[in-house]
Each structure stands twice: as C-alpha cells, then as structure tokens.
Write a protein that binds this ligand. Structure first.
Ligand SMILES: [Zn+2]
Length: 276
C-alpha cells in the first residue's frame, strides 16, 4: 500500500492462538465468540502481523513476530502455525535481513520480538545484522525483570542477544521523517505505537492497544493488560483522533485483515476496507 511517499507492507509470521478469556477481559464469551470463534481448547486464532515501512532509502521493520524459540510442547500450547515466517515474507519482497535499517519493537512480548534474533550454529544472533533496534528503556528494563503476573509473556532469548544493536528510547521520538514512536501505556507501562505520516495521509501501528478489529470497541480490553484503565483512556483519546484523520490502523493480531481505515460517521467510529 502507498501512503504518500512511503510504501507499507503488512507481513505475517504465521498465526498463533491464545485463550479467548485472556483476549477479551470482561467481555463474556457469549459476545466475543460471535466475533472470533473459539477452538475446542477455548483458544482464538490470531495473526502475527508485522509492518514494513519503506521510505525509498530505508527499510523499517515494526515488530518481528513470534520467531522460532518454541519447543514442540509450546508450539502446541500456543497453536503456532508457521505457514510462512517473517524472513520468508521479506524474501518474497526481494529483501534480505541485511536490508533492514531499523527494527521497532512496540514492546518485548514474545509474539512481538520473536525474530529480533535467530539461531546460527547453536548461538542466537541478531536476525538483522545492520539494523538499529528501537525499544523504550522502561520496556527493556521491565522485560528483564517482569512480575509474577506477566513473566510468561517475556522470553529473554528473543531480545537479549540483540542488546548491542538496541537503542533504549525515553518517550516519544521521531525515528525518520514521517515515522514516530509514541508511548501508549496500558498493555504495558511503556508500550510504544508507531505513527506514520506522509503527504497528509496517516497510518498507525496500534499494537496491543487494539489487537484485533473486535477490540476497537472501548470495553473490549485484554486481561493481559497491566493497566486496563489506561488502555481505556488511550483508546478514547486516540481512536476518535485517528478516525477524524481517516488513518489506516494496523492491528498486530487480527486474523482476517491486517489493517482498516477508520472513519467518523455521525460522531461514531466506523471502519472501511483499505482497498476501497
Ligand atoms: Zn501481542
């Protein structure tokens, strides 16, 4: 997709599955299963969407999927289906790992930082040898010392071996002209979203603030969120603004579409397909 002078590609690292109750928080199953049906283990299937932004000079990779850190038992628990992988998707575009200039991790949960590193001869090395990896300092520190409540979401081996290439950010920052990270607390204290603007057009990688289209509804908030009331406040602030701009919103986990265009119709937030 073209966005002004930029080119956006929604890539996927395959799919995985999480418990539906964890995905929808206080929303009862009677409601959420109409939007995303559960499998026989009560899991909902989700995508592992990553966003490649091409400026013409630089390639910016937002998120790196789930990677290949899991043993067969974990692959079964998390329903990982690698019908494709992020490196394979890049190769289809004619890009090698060396072509990536920036990697932005919105946060360091294992389903967002998996291909930060890869296996090479029994060692873990940065997948993208030339890239500068951009992570919020608070997220990095928390990921190395999570609480009992969220330690299952972090795998140090996903991100630690790329430490020498990692730059720790403190707050909002412009990465390249038209590409900004913005801290949006809620899912974690220091999660960052990515705002992309070119020639009056906007896109927003919304990360786990709104993991799927179903979560556009304000009370649909994951039970994983450490600060759910801050998630709610951020949704009420950001979504009307993005709708007014008719921004393209990129979801990390929607199983059907990677992105939609938000709109405002009679004061309400509506969506339309990006192809229209
Ligand atoms: Zn996620």
């Amino acid at each position: 997709m073209k966005l002004g002078d930029l080119e956006l590609h929604a890539l996927t690292d395959g799919s995985f599955a999480l418990d539906g109750g964890q995905m929808f928080g206080v929303v009862p199953k009677a409601l959420w299963q109409k939007r995303l049906p559960a499998d026989d283990r009560n899991r909902v299937c989700m995508s592992l969407t990553c966003l490649l932004v091409q400026t013409g000079r630089e390639n910016v990779m937002v998120e790196t999927g789930i990677g290949d850190h899991f043993d067969p038992k974990q692959i079964d628990i998390y329903g990982v289906e690698h019908f494709t992988t992020l490196p394979a998707e890049l190769a289809k575009l004619g890009l090698a790992p060396e072509d990536i200039d920036f990697v932005i991790n919105t946060h360091l949960h294992f389903d967002h930082s998996g291909w930060n590193v890869r296996r090479q001869g029994g060692k873990l090395v940065p997948t993208f040898p030339r890239a500068r990896y951009l992570v919020q300092r608070g997220e990095w520190e928390h990921a190395l010392n999570p609480t009992e409540r969220d330690h299952a979401s972090y795998i140090e081996a996903c991100f630690r071996p790329a430490e020498a290439q990692t730059e720790l950010l403190s707050g909002d920052q412009e990465v390249l002209p038209g590409i900004r990270v913005e801290v949006v607390p809620g899912h974690t204290r220091n999660m960052q979203c990515v705002r992309i603007e070119s020639r009056g057009q906007s896109a927003y990688f919304i990360s786990d603030l709104v993991p799927t289209r179903a979560h556009l509804s304000y009370p649909w908030i994951m039970s994983f969120d450490l600060y759910p009331m801050e998630t709610l406040a951020a949704k009420k602030r950001l979504l009307p603004e993005l709708a007014r701009q008719e921004a393209v919103v990129v979801f990390p986990h929607d199983p059907t579409v990677p992105w939609v265009r938000l709109m405002e119709i009679e004061g309400k937030i509506a969506t339309r397909s990006v192809a229209d």
